[in-house]
Design a protein around this ligand. Sequence first.
Ligand SMILES: NC(=O)C1=CN([C@@H]2O[C@H](COP(=O)(O)OP(=O)(O)OC[C@H]3O[C@@H](n4cnc5c(N)ncnc54)[C@H](OP(=O)(O)O)[C@@H]3O)[C@@H](O)[C@H]2O)C=CC1
Ligand SMILES: Nc1nc(O)c(N)c(N[C@@H]2O[C@H](COP(=O)(O)O)[C@@H](O)[C@H]2O)n1
Length: 219
Amino acid sequence: MTIHVNAATSVDGKLASRRREQLAISGPADFARVDRVRAANDAVMVGVGTVLADDPSLTLDDPELVATREERGAPPQPTRVVADSNARTPPDARVLDDAAPTVVLVAAGAPDERVAAIENTGATVLAAGDERVDLPMAFEGIAARGLVDVMVEGGGELIFSLFDAGLVDELTVYVGSTIVGGRTAPTLADGEGFVDEYPTLDLVDVERIDDGVLLRYDC
Ligand SMILES: NC(=O)C1=CN([C@@H]2O[C@H](COP(=O)(O)OP(=O)(O)OC[C@H]3O[C@@H](n4cnc5c(N)ncnc54)[C@H](OP(=O)(O)O)[C@@H]3O)[C@@H](O)[C@H]2O)C=CC1
Ligand SMILES: Nc1nc(O)c(N)c(N[C@@H]2O[C@H](COP(=O)(O)O)[C@@H](O)[C@H]2O)n1
């Protein structure tokens, strides 16, 4: 199993503004790179905070990338995965449309009626953990369904938990040339934050793309 986290931040490390609305930090070349990373993976994952804030589709729009996947015997679109302990994903969210398969990871305590509403859209609901999605257990569950190479697009709460659990293999961060600011604006890694011990990463590549820089780390 491999877990590749990719995100775009401002120079000051923000994923979005304090309004928590989707912010285009990447330029066209970086968005095209993100699509190639999506195409290379079995699944594209976000936390429910990103679904509620951005209503992303998490699909491939470029027919050439779809064709490349089909040539290697993969499904046309990667499976979308949402970490959503309490089944808060709205049934009309774009991640629950029929453009690609979707797995919603919930906790055992998720309300039955919300789980049923998600299942009625055709998505698969997998329970892992009691109160909150247990990420190692959840990844075992999706690996059993053949989803072994996973790209995670955010947001900061989910990314922190993945580092906290030691689950990240690769991190790519596109740093756009802008300042967002705001003490409550989401950052690359939010959660409780580390103290005393911090994950250290190996910087393996630096590349200029559009008007920013792509940093690539082994974790
Ligand atoms: N620039 C970029 O590259 C990106 C920017 N964004 C931005 O980030 C913001 C959203 O980020 P954020 O609010 O952090 O949301 P996340 O997408 O990280 O979702 C966080 C939620 O995921 C759920 N979750 C389930 N299991 C876990 C777990 N084990 N660990 C952590 N979270 C878990 C939690 O809700 P629950 O307890 O209900 O399960 C949690 O509140 C938006 O403003 C969006 O625009 C997002 C992605 C990329
Ligand atoms: N790589 C990257 N650069 C940015 O500037 C971004 N704002 C994001 N956001 C992520 O992309 C998702 C949108 O996906 P769709 O275009 O709707 O498929 C969004 O939800 C974030 O995960 N990423």
